[in-house]
Design a protein around this ligand. Sequence first.
Ligand SMILES: Nc1ncnc2c1ncn2[C@@H]1O[C@H](COP(=O)(O)OP(=O)(O)OP(=O)(O)O)[C@@H](O)[C@H]1O
Ligand SMILES: [Mg+2]
Length: 315
Amino acid sequence: MRVVAVMNYKGGVGKTTLTANLGAVAAARGLRVLLLDLDPQTNLTFSFYTVTDWQERLKDGRTIKQWYDGEMPGRDVSLADLVVTPERVNKALVGKGGQVDLISSHLGLIDIDLELAARLGGATTLDGSKRKFLDLHGCLRNALQDSQFHEYDLVLIDCAPNFGLVTKTAIVASEQILVPAKADYLSTLGLDYLYGNCDSLVKQFNDFANHNRGTEDQWPIDPQFLGVVFTMVQIYSQQVTLAQHGYIEQVRLNSQVPLLENKVRNSPRHFGDAGESGVPAMVRTSAAKDEVVREFDLLADEILGALELTLGGAR
Ligand SMILES: Nc1ncnc2c1ncn2[C@@H]1O[C@H](COP(=O)(O)OP(=O)(O)OP(=O)(O)O)[C@@H](O)[C@H]1O
Ligand SMILES: [Mg+2]
């Protein structure tokens, strides 16, 4: 099982679109994929379920909000009990051997995130506050150790565009971090800041874990940056536009976050509907006929290859 956080605290850079499409393409290649929606905006969930379906079937009992809620995440609800199998995408995947499962989000997660952060305080001893830090930040990591999750080849976590506590639990839980970004000034500016913040979190977690060593859930973490994926890349006459090319090269040469070679092209025709059909565009359309799908397939080759999840080597 590979756990990958898809994150960037810049909003609207294509995190959710990449998560939905990559998850579906991986499943179309025969992998068992779990998508975890950790964004209160709930966009990943709505890429697979209609709002009505979510309201009637998931909202009150089967969202990640129920899991994070309470004194300590997961104390009252098991993460495995929240997994659902969206029908429309899996119908489109019949015969491919893989599956997409989902843990859905909830708009109320925003309040829980703030409450969780408040819970970090309040311990009366230094050891107590370190223990609390480890328990809260490590909660998702511990939950994903459950044997029921071992059947998945790939867990993709769609993060909210912030660095709140829920996002931090995703980083602690992940072996790899994938960073979608637009090739523009503001998006590339934040990448090293993001890298630095993740690095500080990991150092703090490991520092506390070393002091509290004793149980398995406290072993040091070492999430790696899988890389930056440029999204919404504008291509004319088979070339990336000059302005975007400049930003991409700047990241290649100067950023601490490595750069993935393949990119997601700007294509409102493919990616603009934000998942209304319940089936991500990259598995709806045949690669034989479509250049954008072929390009996305190359990106999936690069990412799944780096994760050693090519068929035969999976699990
Ligand atoms: N490659 C693309 N080409 C054209 N439009 C795209 C592409 N990728 C995403 N979009 C569109 O851009 C918008 C933002 O994408 P998306 O929701 O995936 O970003 P996000 O980073 O998850 O946003 P947020 O930070 O709000 O969670 C959506 O309307 C989506 O349909
Ligand atoms: Mg999103």
